[in-house]
Design a protein around this ligand. Structure first.
Ligand code: NAD
Length: 271
């Protein structure tokens, strides 16, 4: 059997009990990685994460569910400790967990602002810092086209497209852009690659009201030149490439996976 591109690698995917994180966990496992499927709390999210792990195992892959709220420093440290105890030194972080709490600005509470920034931006900082510590604790590979470790931030088209009624979310994703690029600049000499994926509209629970009726979907498709909504596995395949040595010379980049949503589609036909 041919070697898979992530054979022998160890990965953490945050917020992997649903949507994009689930698809990324499945795709990394199919590519040969051992995957920690992070979920935020017990109860329903634990059951969903266990189902993702079971599906991966049924497909011949290796995964385990690990609970941690990414906005909590102590829980993030535990996530890494548990992952490395089970699967060995970490190679890949996919910093995916994220939430939305929309509100008109005049009604947005400080709690709504803080929770979105805490999970989407501070959570990505905490997980990236921990990943850097773990990557730096091991030798850099010499003379190979291989990084010491790779990080992928899950950003959004809203790192560049302003989003009315979602100022907290757009601010968090704009913040990820410069967090990612600053870390890429800082860590490249130490052979750590850092990139983002910026999804467009992907069919997941976070945005179900944008696609779960024919009218909503028709409105959404006006914004997507490629003419279809994105599926979670569109992001899974992009993550495998960015995590693998196939992208060894790529760092500090945001890969837009958006069917052209950032191409100003309302200008089609103008002029
Ligand atoms: P989703 O709601 O299905 O997934 C988000 C996941 O994050 C959930 O599993 C949730 O339990 C988890 N999570 C939330 N808070 C957490 C915390 N404190 N600690 C750990 N996990 C936590 O939505 P999704 O669409 O799969 O979103 C995944 C990422 O993709 C998010 O960062 C989101 O901003 C980004 N994104 C999504 C879209 C889209 O169209 N779906 C577009 C652009 C960006």
């Amino acid at each position: 059997m041919p070697l898979k591109v992530l054979d022998g690698r160890c990965a953490i995917v945050t917020g992997a009990s649903s949507g994009i994180g689930q698809a990324v966990a499945v795709a990394l496992a199919q590519a040969g990685a051992r995957v920690a499927v992070n979920h935020s709390s017990g109860g329903e999210s634990a059951a969903r994460a266990q189902k993702v792990v079971d599906d991966i195992a049924r497909d011949g892959g290796t995964a385990m569910a690990v609970q941690a709220d990414v906005s909590r420093e102590d829980e993030v440290a535990q996530l890494y400790a548990q992952t490395e105890a089970a699967f060995g030194p970490l190679d890949i972080l996919v910093n995916n967990a994220g939430i939305e709490q929309p509100s008109p600005i005049e009604q947005m509470t400080l709690d709504q602002w803080r929770r979105v920034i805490d999970v989407n931006l501070t959570g990505q900082f905490l997980c990236a810092r921990e990943a850097a510590r773990h990557f730096l604790a091991r030798e850099a590979p010499e003379g190979e086209r291989r990084a010491r470790g790779t990080m992928i931030f899950m950003s959004s088209v809203h790192e560049v497209i302003p989003w009315a009624f979602q100022a907290n979310y757009a601010a968090s994703k704009g913040g990820i852009n410069l967090l990612m690029r600053s870390l890429a600049q800082e860590l490249a000499p130490r052979r750590i690659r850092v990139n983002s994926i910026a999804p467009g509209a992907i069919r997941t629970p976070i945005n179900h009201e944008a696609w779960d009726t024919p009218e909503a979907l028709a409105d959404l498709l006006k914004l997507i030149p490629y003419g279809r909504i994105g599926e979670p596995d569109d992001i899974g395949r992009a993550a495998v490439w960015l995590a693998s040595d196939d992208s060894d010379y790529v760092t500090g980049t945001t890969l837009f996976v958006d069917g052209g949503m950032t191409l100003y589609p309302e200008f089609r036909g103008a002029g």
